[in-house]
Design a protein around this ligand. Structure first.
Ligand code: SPV
Ligand code: MG
Length: 290
């Protein structure tokens, strides 16, 4: 099976597919080793790793090249976060084949205006495009894919924008009608009630995608039991884990005036060399270096 077929089959199966955020190939490899079904090519994480806001400050090219590097380093599907599609439906027509060629198995595109503001920030600018305009962008994405198993996920930001469940459902149904394979419904409420109400009332046929960052109480068992959710995305746990771990180690080294104490607490250099794919390179060496 190709990676695209793996993701498509997972969506068709009705089982919950898990995708973990990654901002570089090393983290993607750790996600694969940990047993996640796929990688989330998070714009938030990549922006954070460049120390800039998640607000279309990074260029599409920067994100695209990281997606290419990630896809090349793992054997599980990559779901690429293309924000608002980097423009209008015309841009989307050119963007989608590039992500597909880079090795992504899906794109998620959100119905906000360009440039976007990040969704989970309190008081962010959350302006949505007209429903018809976004339908055009979804249809353009669907038409532009080369492989029918490449998945197009439309992301509804109506709850994030405070427009309520009725508007969110209206938009989700319109995007399904335009050809979306799945609907990502995002919420920044600190408890799951808002998202649960949407999921329970969802009258559409396509599976939903949740990003439970703001309401972490909801487990995979809870989500699977809802029966309408195909994918759960863990949106930023790699970058948050990295920031926490790096801060702690740096502080310890400054406090100790040396690396003696932290050394035993860290993964060994040997472990890092293994993650770099050393075994593969040594096999090439043994076979071809004459
Ligand atoms: C991302 O990880 O880039 C996302 C999810 O789009 S969120 O940051 O919650 O908007
Ligand atoms: Mg994003």
């Amino acid at each position: 099976m190709t990676k695209n077929q793996t993701l498509r089959a997972a969506l068709d199966s009705g089982n919950l597919f898990t995708a973990m955020a990654a901002h570089n190939p090393l983290v993607a490899r750790l996600a694969e080793q940990a047993g996640f079904g796929g990688i989330w090519g998070s714009g938030f994480e990549l922006s954070a790793s460049y120390a800039v806001p998640d607000a279309n400050i990074l260029s599409m090219g920067t994100h695209l090249e990281m997606m290419r590097a990630i896809a090349a380093s793992v054997s599980i599907p990559l779901i690429a976060d293309i924000d608002t599609g980097f423009g209008n439906a015309v841009n989307v027509s050119y963007v989608v084949p590039q992500y597909e060629a880079a090795g992504a198995s899906a794109i998620v595109m959100e119905d906000k205006t360009f440039p976007k503001d990040t969704s989970l920030r309190a008081d962010g600018r959350q302006e949505l495009v007209r429903i018809e305009e976004f339908q055009g962008k979804v249809a353009a994405a669907v038409a532009a894919r080369r492989d029918k198993d490449f998945v197009v996920i439309a992301r509804v930001e109506a709850l994030i924008a405070g427009l309520g469940q009725e508007e969110a459902t209206r938009r989700a149904l319109a995007y399904e009608e335009a050809g979306a394979d799945a609907i990502l419904i995002h919420s920044k409420q600190k408890t799951p009630e808002e998202i649960l109400a949407f999921v329970q009332e969802w009258p559409g046929q396509v599976p939903l995608v949740l990003v439970p960052t703001a309401y972490p109480q909801l487990t995979e068992v809870d989500i699977a039991a809802l029966g309408k959710v195909g994918v759960v995305i863990y949106g930023n746990h790699a970058i948050r884990a990295a920031v926490g771990a790096v801060r702690k180690v740096f502080a310890q080294i400054r406090a100790d005036g040396g690396i003696g104490n932290v050394d035993a607490t860290l993964p060994t250099v040997k472990e890092i060399i293994a993650l770099q794919g050393d075994e593969h390179m040594r096999a090439i060496e043994a076979r071809y270096l004459k």
